[in-house]
Design a protein around this ligand. Structure first.
Ligand SMILES: Nc1ncnc2c1ncn2[C@@H]1O[C@H](COP(=O)(O)OP(=O)(O)OP(=O)(O)O)[C@@H](O)[C@H]1O
Length: 226
């Protein structure tokens, strides 16, 4: 579905990702484990087209999307929830969720269909839909960011350290939501970064490691299962 090959990315003249190669498959949850600064966020941003690559390819369903600017990759069905959420504070929760659908110029009917799907999966968002973006807690904001990413994630959903800073009860909620998501969107590929492997044991199908300044990506010896 998505294959990253020999991807090199530099930031401010320093090589951050070197020869990164891996594939994501439909219906498979892949976890990317790495310490702070290993390059997890840079990799997700490179897939989204938010940082330029030096070389390599990112092939989505047979098409190399690397030459495409971020806005041109947007219709490809990749949803992305960044680590820092980035909600628009003065917009309501619902308007934050709707933003990507509007940016993609989806029809009203399609936006409605996708919003209903998001609310069915995350009913707490429906309850807090009228609250302003700056009126939700950090953990609730992570849920909003998940809902917003789901508006575009027709093929692939990428979550950057979703458990970072979540209280234990919310982390459990979040993990349960991911399990429900896997049951309801069976063809969706999930790509989730974390610094600790323990947090995602229950949802990981495949695990990759990013190590030593983001140089190496390798399958783990042992697969983690529930
Ligand atoms: N805009 C930038 N300019 C220069 N270097 C950067 C920039 N953004 C990130 N880096 C560097 O790239 C490396 C990888 O950062 P990245 O944010 O991708 O790591 P990460 O694995 O997501 O870690 P974290 O969990 O701390 O975000 C780090 O050494 C970081 O300092």
């Amino acid at each position: 579905m998505l294959t990253v090959s020999s991807l090199d990315v530099s930031l401010a003249g320093a090589k951050i990702l070197r020869d990164v190669t891996f594939s994501l498959k439909p219906g498979v949850t892949t976890i990317l484990i790495g310490r702070n600064g290993a390059g997890k966020t840079t990799l997700l941003r490179a897939i989204m087209g938010l940082v330029p690559a030096d070389s390599g390819s990112i092939v989505l369903d047979g098409k190399d999307i690397l030459p495409l600017a971020a806005f041109a990759r947007a219709p490809a069905g990749i949803g992305y929830a960044p680590e820092d959420r980035r909600l628009i504070p003065e917009f309501s929760v619902e308007d934050n969720i709707l933003l990507p659908g509007q940016a993609l110029k989806l029809s009203r009917a399609e936006i409605k269909r996708r919003l209903e799907k998001v609310y069915a999966l995350l009913p707490e968002l429906h309850i807090m839909r009228a609250r302003p973006g700056n009126g939700v807690s950090g953990g609730q904001g992570k849920m909003v960011a998940l809902g917003r990413a789901l508006m575009v994630a027709e093929k692939l959903l990428m979550l950057d350290e979703p458990f970072q800073g979540l209280a234990p009860a919310l982390a459990l909620d979040y993990a349960r939501t991911l399990s429900r998501l896997r049951e309801t969107m069976r063809d969706l590929a999930l790509f989730i970064t974390e610094s600790s492997p323990n947090l995602l044991k229950s949802v990981a199908d495949e695990t990759l490691l990013i190590e030593r300044g983001a140089v190496n990506l390798q399958p783990r010896e042992t697969q983690m299962t529930a």
